[in-house]
Write a protein that binds this ligand. Sequence first.
Ligand SMILES: Nc1ncnc2c1ncn2[C@@H]1O[C@H](COP(=O)(O)OP(=O)(O)OP(=O)(O)O)[C@@H](O)[C@H]1O
Ligand SMILES: [Mg+2]
Length: 360
Amino acid sequence: MQAEIIRAPAETRCQDELQRLQAWDKYPRPTGWKLSPRAVEKFILGDAELNIKPKYIGDRDRIQVAIATLASDRALLLVGEPGTAKSWVSEHLSAAVSGDSKLTVQGTAGTTEDQIKYSWNYALLMAEGPSDRSLVPSPILTAMREGRIARFEEITRCVAEVQDALISILSEKAVAIPELERIEYAKRGFNIIATANTRDRGVNEMSSALKRRFNFVELPVLSDLKQEMAVVRQRTQEMLADHELHADLSDELVETLVTVFQELRQGQTLDGEQKVKTPSTVMSTAEAVSVLFGGCLLATHFGEGAVNGQHVMRLLVGAIAKEEKSDLEALTEYLETVAKKRGGRVWKELYETRRWLKSL
Ligand SMILES: Nc1ncnc2c1ncn2[C@@H]1O[C@H](COP(=O)(O)OP(=O)(O)OP(=O)(O)O)[C@@H](O)[C@H]1O
Ligand SMILES: [Mg+2]
């Protein structure tokens, strides 16, 4: 892999794992699939014997439903709070099923129907009229032609009319191109994985005609301390490795950080004994990963190398104060009422930052 690339797609990053699974896979594959559903499941959830790292940590049932949906005539919609690994799972599912996670439409308020169906190369269109050469297929049309998975990120951010352009694609599995007097039919293996964030414009605003063409799979916020610790540790270590850095992540540090996230998110201490103020900002697992990774960078470049509670705290402040500065009060109060009482080095390091916090 070229070292200069910041982030290679999943099929490149996990090439070795995908090859191992292909060699192992004796199960029937749906037409157009690179792996059987069972092998796709192993790719997503990990397998110690085949040395496949888990990509998603969480509920096996939901992942099985997601994979089975992709082999059906319905499309898959991954829904959930921000940072619950919707895009991450979508990318890895497409890489495993069709060996390509790059056929992606990013939904925004400005997404147009062209980006879902096809557009034109205007210079060629002027020179030779509508032709195969002048037609620019959307990632979805390409996926239909090749029998692969297309990804539609943040589908609910698009306006309803644009979302509805998908209805005919999902029910007819075809796109009409009147300029070329032709209809293109999807090859087997084609399907769509869409993601939608419940904090954005609601999924409820999708038309019911479109909703009926999707199976919804919700990816929940992790509420189990050990599971969330595993995600934060593993993802931070992977990011450090990508940056050719190394940091020792003590269990105590990871546990303390994840506890802070869970308690602020839930509005009470983990033992349920004490209420705490919840900041308005989303305290997602993804945010915890970036706080810990940022802490490691501070420690590496400006500290003695070992990452501690104070490094992490400096990043946490930015993560919490993103939407409203008053959220910092929730953090200060948490330090005074919860962190202060707790034993252990990292809790002390967190508590010691309160004076500096008040001066912000
Ligand atoms: N349960 C989990 N298992 C593994 N990784 C997780 C889990 N939850 C979150 N992550 C990590 O969080 C990071 C962010 O996930 P991702 O960007 O896919 O979130 P998202 O749900 O698409 O968020 P958004 O709604 O903001 O787009 C990824 O690096 C992913 O590895
Ligand atoms: Mg996403």
